[in-house]
Design a protein around this ligand. Sequence first.
Ligand code: 4AD
Ligand code: MG
Length: 455
Amino acid sequence: MKRTKIKYALNATAPVEEIVIKGWVRSKRDSKGFSFLALNDGSCLGTIQVIVDHTPEIEAALARTGTGASVAVTGELVESPGKGQKWEVRGRTLEVLGEADQETFPLQKKRHSDEFLRSIAHLRPRTNKYGAMFRMRSELAQAVHKFFADKDFFYIHTPIITGSDCEGAGEMFRVTTLEQGSKAGPEEDFFGQPSALTVSGQLSAEMFALSLGDCYTFGPTFRAENSNTPRHVAEFWMIEPEMAFADLSDDMDLGEEMIKYLVSHMLDNCAEDVDLFANWVDKTLMSTLETILKDPFERLPYTEAINILKKTKKKFEYPVEWGIDLQTEHERFLCEEKFKKPVYVYDYPKTIKPFYMRLNDDDKTVAAMDCLVPRIGEIIGGSQREERMDVLTARMDETGLNREDYWWYLESRKFGTAPHAGFGMGFERMLMLVTGVSNIRDVMPFPRTPKSLDF
Ligand code: 4AD
Ligand code: MG
């Protein structure tokens, strides 16, 4: 007989005479003549209560059953006379599929710290919190695709291995098949030239926006930045929409619509899991999410943001001057204390932004935008792209990029160039926003950070 997922058993509308449940034991409680098992199979947050009578076969199986073991139960789904659950299973047979040694199984019934659970990332999805997290991560990814599909954006798979540094920040992981210590030059390497893992699919996505109109990429990206913060990892997933015939304001509209859509999708489709985070992780989660849905995001030119930061009495670790890149403390002040909602800062100094951003008429700023959200800071970074060949090549020269390396990118400006704009949203940061979790390591199955490659 096929197993019934616990999610469906708990939502049954009528008793079921013959049911098979398979899952992991969360707890076992023995009484006179019978025992209770609470089983979870990951399909939902809840556990189903199983009651088994102490027949000789069942007693033998129970002796091998403890927290963490996996079992199969056949029995009858009946209305539960007890408090706290509508349905329970009267077990007829109990089969132990996999024992868990009670002396060494690390997940006991108490609450464990996030730090400890990070050290057992292979087992943490068996806990309530991380089960909820990874169900939500899956749902959020599906919601991203649904958002774009509903808006007629095409999903483009851009390469993971690349020869060009999109952000020009030199934070790329090299890809090579040469032996370590080899004296061979890049021309002898696999691709005959230096290659690396992509930091962003944007440059490729631009080619497709300038062909198909609206498109997006959603894939893994890699950054070899040696920063150990609660918001940075070496491998993360980025969502990058790119739109032809669009400017910076269209770009901000899309980002705002997308964040609101994703928040409301998660509230509608993952209510039980969201509740866990609102109750146990961040008491302000619901009000933060409600504000995001309700209010239009603030839109603030960089120069005004600097003026606000300079005027406030608040002391920052990094001094504020026109021309600086905003630090997380500045970003969080703007959205948490000053405006108390998401804030777009736009028109940044060109000196702190990559070559592809469109130069404004003042010759000092570019049509860039960052979306800042409470608790996290930057969640989206984007821009209108420089579509004018002469300005673009001048910016490449200025920033020390080799035109030949980008010959194909430049051809999009030579043949039928058009205004276009796009952005990158950090998928993990979006997940941090909807769960209230403050460390990016806790929204990823197996996070990759400097000096940490376990699992
Ligand atoms: O601001 P970034 O660097 O922008 C780009 O890469 C553009 N090419 C995107 C585009 O316009 N198509 O990164 C975009 C977003 C950030 O706002 C942040 O949310 C996330 O990606 N991000 C990271 N997330 C986790 N760990 C890191 N090391 C991240 N670096 C960026
Ligand atoms: Mg950025």
